[in-house]
Write a protein that binds this ligand. Structure first.
Ligand code: MG
Ligand code: MG
Ligand code: MG
Length: 306
């Protein structure tokens, strides 16, 4: 096989980075040597905490997929969120846990997607069914990805499978889930040195439904009001982003990972978000008690309104 590229989505989160690395390890265990994990953007602080904890380097940055190259996608399928050049690549595998949209291939492929909390939970299942022994570091990486995506197994995206996988992986990694996970999530909430432009790009995804283009960005915090101190700068950054990218709507979600609530700032087609979430925006914001999951608690409602 020619060299194959493995990567998660743009604006990579912890699951996208670590699942790419874990899939590289799995493929190598199964005898595939000419294969490498990449990242499609900067490493966030939460992911950096994990890499430092296990003493490993971040994957190399991939600017563009070479034409005709073999690629394996983790943690996404939508071309909107994938590498530049993806349309002309040969997708040979997808390991994911998202709905399928804006995705098409010319040839058959190995596609495994499950409605679970993180891509690493799917990868854990592959290890089991293939009889692959998971080493201590790989277990730690998979556990970190699960903790990140499920906000310590509390997000509504969390399934029994995620909980069981996390427990088994924590045993192998010799880690206390709550203690390690709290430290990891907190490391990701230090937003002090980010500009408003940075904030709306840390974890930002583009969606398209019936010709309506919308972006949802999310940051985790332990103090929503601290983030809102820069509300007018954030709003300006969002308006610029909407103009530069011809978006219909931008939703910026500030999620309190301790209390499990979110506040949103929404600009553009506010009517869509008001109808979708059954809220009235005040000064472009709304408080959403118990809402932490973009995937499960926001996107389906927006899509059905559109
Ligand atoms: Mg992700
Ligand atoms: Mg994920
Ligand atoms: Mg996420």
């Amino acid at each position: 096989m020619e060299k194959a590229y493995i990567f998660g989505h743009k604006n990579p989160d912890t699951d996208s980075i670590l699942s790419a690395m874990v899939l590289e390890a799995i493929e190598k265990t199964m005898g595939e040597s000419n294969i490498k994990a990449y990242r499609l953007g900067a490493i966030n602080k939460e992911t950096q905490y994990v890499l430092n904890f296990f003493g490993i380097n971040a994957p190399e940055l991939l600017e563009r997929v070479p034409e005709g190259a073999e690629v394996m996608l983790v943690d996404h399928n939508s071309f909107n969120q994938s590498a530049d050049g993806i349309e002309k690549a040969k997708i040979i595998r997808v390991i994911d846990h998202h709905r399928i949209s804006n995705f098409e291939t010319n040839e058959p492929l190995f596609y495994l997607s499950m409605p679970v909390g993180s891509t690493s939970t799917v990868l854990k299942g592959i290890c089991e069914s293939s009889g692959i022994t998971i080493d201590k570091t790989t277990a730690g990486l998979m556990l970190s990805a699960i903790i990140s995506d499920t906000l310590l197994l509390k997000s509504p995206t969390t399934t029994t499978r995620d909980k069981e996988a996390a427990e088994e992986l924590a045993k192998i990694a010799e880690l206390n889930i709550k203690e390690y996970g709290t430290n990891m999530l907190k490391a990701g909430t230090d937003l002090s040195d980010f500009t408003a432009e940075d904030l709306i790009n840390i974890d930002s995804k583009l969606f398209e439904q019936n010709g309506i283009k919308y972006q949802i960005a999310q940051v985790n915090t332990v103090a929503i009001d601290d983030v809102l101190k820069n509300k007018s700068e954030i709003e300006n950054a969002i308006l610029n982003y909407i103009n530069n990218n011809s978006l219909d709507l931008f939703v910026f979600m500030i999620t309190d990972i301790i209390e499990n609530n979110s506040k949103i700032i929404a600009l553009g087609r506010q009517d869509i978000i008001e109808k979708a979430l059954n809220v009235k925006l005040e000064e472009n914001t709304a408080f959403l008690p118990g809402v932490v999951s973009r995937k499960k608690q926001i996107i389906p409602s927006i899509n059905s309104v559109i």
